[in-house]
Design a protein around this ligand. Structure first.
Ligand code: GLN
Length: 316
């Protein structure tokens, strides 16, 4: 079959299945299968597609019709200009979360220690280390499957390909080394000098396996109210990990626990950053205030909705 006909068939099927962005997604899946780009549909729509590619495309369209998100089919999502691997074990990185990363970057200095609580795909922590110098990062998550994805992303985006010379591999065991030090991933050849970063991922039910203190704790915890979960789009409700979404009865359960415990893991003057739901700004600010955090700020996203809350731990 020719390229443009296959695309049109795919688009019609996605439209019938009620997929909002049927045109875009039919094209992206075809480009994924054929290794083509946007302009191929316009310039080379009449090229032949192999039977194998045709079958693969039809299979993906069929799966997309069952509301599996596009990103789980292609296995990737762009975030902060980086391409992250994703699977059904992790939340797909959202553009809204870039606001959180940008707020942290504004307050991040060379050499700081960062904890990313509920790291999922690792998108927050890995972006922070990618865009900073000499920082150390610990990513914590309760899900081993999620941590495997995060480690793969760290290797791909901070190590491996960019690792040269004596750069060490990120350990697979999920532990920082026994002596408490961390694997160092070196990125050489950067114009403004050598960039080093250290990262490790720990399987931990919130702070249960975390030790040491941090300059910054950042978290995009599950924050959807339990009675709202059923109303989410089928892509989210049926395919994204429930554990990454469910914020308990009032959506604030994880904030409460993290705020309560974070004091013991932050240096005096250290900062706590959260992504929040659009209607949680006041409640999360109040929780932080009650826990003694200072200079609490709420930051809006590009839609004008509350998206980030952060504050500073008092010095003892
Ligand atoms: N930190 C990850 C993200 O922002 C996962 C968040 C989560 O699982 N709630 O995508």
């Amino acid at each position: 079959m020719i390229y443009s006909n296959l695309y049109h068939q795919g688009k019609e099927k996605l439209l019938l299945a009620g997929i909002d962005e049927a045109e875009l997604e039919a094209r992206l899946l075809l480009e994924y299968v054929c290794g083509t780009t946007r302009s191929d549909l316009l310039a080379h729509g009449d090229m032949a597609v192999s039977e194998e590619q045709e079958n693969r495309y039809e299979n993906l369209i069929g799966r997309r019709m069952t509301r599996i998100p596009l990103q789980y089919l292609t296995g990737t999502q762009e975030f902060m200009g980086l391409t992250f691997s994703v699977s059904e074990h992790v939340l797909i990185p959202r553009q809204d979360t870039e606001i959180l990363v940008e707020e942290v970057l504004r307050n991040l200095h060379d050499g700081m220690r960062i904890l990313d609580m509920c790291t999922g795909s690792g998108c927050i922590l890995i972006s922070l280390l990618h865009y900073s110098n000499d920082c150390e990062g610990v990513g914590a998550d309760i899900s081993e499957e999620a941590l495997a994805v995060a480690r793969e992303n760290a290797r791909k985006l901070l190590g491996a390909g960019k690792c040269q010379g004596n750069a060490e591999e990120l350990p697979d065991d999920g532990e920082c080394r026994e002596d408490g030090s961390m694997a160092v991933l070196k990125e050489t050849g950067v114009e403004d000098g050598n960039k080093t970063g250290a990262i490790c991922f720990v399987c931990s039910d919130l702070f249960s396996n975390i030790s040491g203190r941090f300059d910054i704790i950042v978290s995009n915890p599950p924050y959807i109210r339990r009675n709202v979960l059923g109303t989410l789009m089928p892509e989210v409700r049926k395919h994204e990990p429930l554990q990454a979404l469910d914020g308990g009865e009032d959506g604030l359960e994880l904030y409460r626990k993290i705020i309560e415990d974070s004091r013991a893991y932050l240096y005096g003057g250290g900062m706590l950053f959260f992504e929040i739901g659009y209607d949680q700004g006041r409640e999360v600010s109040t929780l932080m205030e009650q826990a003694g955090f200072l200079e609490i700020q709420v930051v809006k996203d590009y839609a004008g909705l509350d998206r980030v809350v952060y504050g500073t731990r008092s010095v003892d």
